[in-house]
Write a protein that binds this ligand. Structure first.
Ligand SMILES: NC(=O)c1ccc[n+]([C@@H]2O[C@H](COP(=O)([O-])OP(=O)(O)OC[C@H]3O[C@@H](n4cnc5c(N)ncnc54)[C@H](O)[C@@H]3O)[C@@H](O)[C@H]2O)c1
Length: 323
């Protein structure tokens, strides 16, 4: 069993990866700066789920803090690093481009520098389908993604590139995973699935950017975490799409389904479409399927049902969140 670092461990996807690695009996060190970008009670709740595992160790560390990172890498001998820590959110990145560069690019270089110094052989980078702006879906990994439409996408593209440099110069195996709109229980309140679920459940209006016909390749978090762990054993430099890879779901369709499951009517308010957003995302997973044997297993209907059940189960906690 190995000692593994997960950055962004209090985050939505990071915490699920920690959970699955712990189930495989690895020793997992999770770091996160507990950024207040969204309600910290959700991050505390995720960490509380991980705390009972005695193989899990959490440290509040910022990936921009080189001194703390250096101490961490001296303290543990990491076999693999899963780098999930990042500032997410396309629209927020337009307001704060410098902060996105500093966390998503400089933070990635800081982690890669430690991997280089300490001989870490496997580095996994969480990247994004937002890089595919300007192309007709379904998207393939070999498209030339050099037209990012937001600072967020641009910083993720930069992180992909610098990871390649560390692979080239220091032979670190790198797996770049381009995730497609990840959803699931305890997800991010800045993303439509939880925000709409919460607001419809509480009889509050929902704001939809555009006319709701834009669509997303919603992918269930367990599928994403499993694929990410499989990719961590790859050698060389590889990019993989990780999406549900079935017909994308229109935002209006998702709202219809939430209404049906909650037996409530949404108060829909339509706003301008944001030019930083992609209209439709849709992955081809052929490469992940062929090389990793990975295939998403959870349909949108089943995944959404699990989200609604989890929301109802935690209703009191969820009701106290700022969403
Ligand atoms: N959720 C999605 O649909 C999606 C899609 C594509 C890519 N991604 C990528 O996957 C990764 C995880 O996303 P998520 O949805 O779990 O987001 P998240 O915001 O829930 O998790 C990211 C975590 O990183 C932490 N963090 C932010 N800045 C940090 C810093 N400077 N130092 C240390 N920790 C820091 C945050 O506190 C947060 O807990 C991110 O890299 C994101 O860009 C997510």
């Amino acid at each position: 069993m190995h000692t593994i670092l997960v950055t962004g461990a209090a985050g939505f996807i990071g915490h699920k990866i920690c959970e699955f690695l712990l189930e495989q009996d690895h020793e997992v060190v999770g770091i996160d700066n507990l950024s207040p970008y969204y309600d910290l009670k959700i991050k505390a709740c995720r960490l509380k789920d991980l705390a009972p595992h005695n193989q899990f160790h959490f440290e509040k560390i910022d990936v921009e803090d080189e001194i703390r990172l250096s101490e961490l890498f001296k303290k543990y001998s990491f076999k693999k690093v899963f780098h999930l820590a990042a500032r997410g959110g396309v629209r927020n990145s337009i307001e704060h481009p410098k902060e996105y560069v500093s966390t998503n690019v400089q933070g990635t270089v800081n982690i890669l520098e430690q991997c280089k110094k300490h001989g870490v052989q496997n580095f996994v980078l969480a990247s994004t389908s937002s890089l595919y702006t300007g192309y007709e879906p379904p998207f393939r990994e070999d498209l030339n993604v050099n037209m990012p439409s937001s600072p967020y996408a641009a910083t993720k593209g930069a992180a992909e590139l610098i990871s390649h440099t560390y692979h080239h110069l220091y032979s670190i195996n790198v797996a770049v995973l381009r995730y497609f709109t990840v959803y699931g229980p305890l997800s991010r309140p800045d993303m439509a699935q939880l925000r709409f679920l919460h607001r419809i459940a509480n009889d509050q209006p929902i704001h939809i950017n555009g006319d709701g016909t834009q669509s997303r390749d919603f992918t269930y978090v367990d599928d994403i975490a499993k694929g990410t762990i499989l990719a961590s054993d790859c050698t060389g430099y590889n990019k993989f799409n990780m999406g549900r890879g079935a017909e994308p779901i229109k935002i209006n369709t998702m709202i219809d389904l939430i209404e049906k499951k909650l037996n409530k009517k949404a108060q829909r308010q339509y706003l301008e479409f944001n030019p930083a957003d992609i209209f439709k995302t849709y992955a081809t997973n052929d490469k992940a399927n062929a090389i990793l044997g990975w295939q998403p297993e959870v349909s949108f209907e089943v995944g959404l049902q699990r989200c609604v059940e989890d929301y109802i189960h935690r209703k009191k906690f969820m009701g106290g969140l700022t969403i």
